[in-house]
Design a protein around this ligand. Structure first.
Ligand code: PBG
Length: 323
């Protein structure tokens, strides 16, 4: 045999010499959940190890993550029902929980990068990402609300806006609005190929944000479609998105690969709450080695072409590297 591929696997040194994909903490974004109050910390039942923090404790959590090398965070507000209405007005209250958290984080950690979500669902009593009228999700009317949210978050000091709503035309709309208001330096990481996925279940528990009626299939993508992801990417790219995101991650590696091959911008992948919960549940039962499964899942997402990975495992991964 002239070709014996096992020769390149014969020792740890050779294996690392020929390793094709690298993953390190610099590629990770850690999503974190914020609640109102002081000294509050609640574990998300379907996401063991992930907590909702009041701002004071969130700052401590960010400090701990910072010491592990994590520099980018994606905070999400978990609001009580009295703060929600059909128009998501709390989403553009400059004194609201979310912009306050953004300001506090940036004051305490000026070199931390924040990627903040734009969509109505955390603030909407309907639990939808857009404005609902007679059971329909209105597109263009939603853009105006998203625009107000974007400006408040930009004023508060966010680095990257992450429109996760899947309304048509929102990247271009937000880009123009940001530029008109002097926020040329605020980036857009668009949730480009965001699928209508059952894997978001635990996140909706964390935010209590499940749709009150219907589902998100008229705006999030059909899991059966791949070509359509290229159309979404084409639009977001031409409308000025700095980074394109695929979500969820591991069930959609083919989509990550397609976008990576077709667009000259960084590609992000969101390993979502359900992907995290599956691994944690199997590990808790002793059915999988949680640590190794986490590493393999993250590596596979990188190998498929993700430059950036949003993952609830970010802290645990970083801790693993330290120890
Ligand atoms: C909301 C949003 C969702 C997630 C991120 N932003 C949920 C949804 O679309 O219902 C899901 C993240 C996760 O499951 O970890 N626009």
């Amino acid at each position: 045999m002239l070709r014996r591929p096992r020769r390149n696997r014969k020792s740890p040194v050779i294996r690392s010499l020929v390793e094709e994909t690298q993953l390190s903490v610099q590629h990770l974004i850690f999503p974190v959940f914020i609640i109102d109050g002081d000294n509050q910390r609640e574990e998300v039942a379907s996401m063991p190890g992930i907590f909702r923090y009041s701002i004071d404790l969130l700052l401590e959590e960010i400090a701990a993550c910072y010491n592990l090398g994590i520099r980018t965070f994606a905070p999400f507000p978990a609001l009580t029902d009295d703060k929600k209405d059909p128009f998501a007005q709390e989403g553009h209250n400059p004194e609201g929980l979310f912009p306050t958290a953004i300001r506090r984080i940036k004051e305490n950690f000026p070199d931390v990068c924040l990627m903040t979500d734009i969509a109505m669902d955390p603030y909407s009593s309907d639990g939808h990402d857009g404005l609902v009228r007679d059971g329909e999700i209105l597109n263009d009317e939603t853009l105006e609300i998203l625009g107000k949210m974007a400006l408040v978050q930009a004023e508060a000091g966010t680095d990257i806006l992450g429109p996760s709503d899947m309304m048509d035309g929102r990247v271009g709309y937000l880009r123009n609005l940001l530029d008109e208001h002097g926020h040329q330096q605020v980036s857009i990481m668009s949730y480009t190929a965001k699928y209508a996925s059952a894997f978001y279940g635990p996140f909706r528990d964390a935010l209590d944000s499940a749709p009150k009626s219907g589902d998100k299939k008229t705006y999030q993508m059909n899991p059966a479609n791949r070509q359509e992801a290229l159309l979404e990417a084409e639009l977001d790219y031409s409308e000025g998105a700095d980074t394109l995101m695929v979500k969820p991650a591991m069930p959609y590696l083919d989509i990550i690969q397609s976008l990576k091959e077709s667009f000259p911008v960084p590609i992000a992948a969101y390993q979502v709450s359900g992907e995290y919960a599956m691994i944690k549940a199997a590990a808790a039962n002793g059915w999988l080695d949680g640590e190794k499964t986490m590493q393999e899942s993250l590596m596979s997402i990188r190998r498929a072409g993700a430059d950036i990975i949003l993952t609830y495992f970010a802290k645990e991964y970083a801790q693993g590297l330290k120890s």
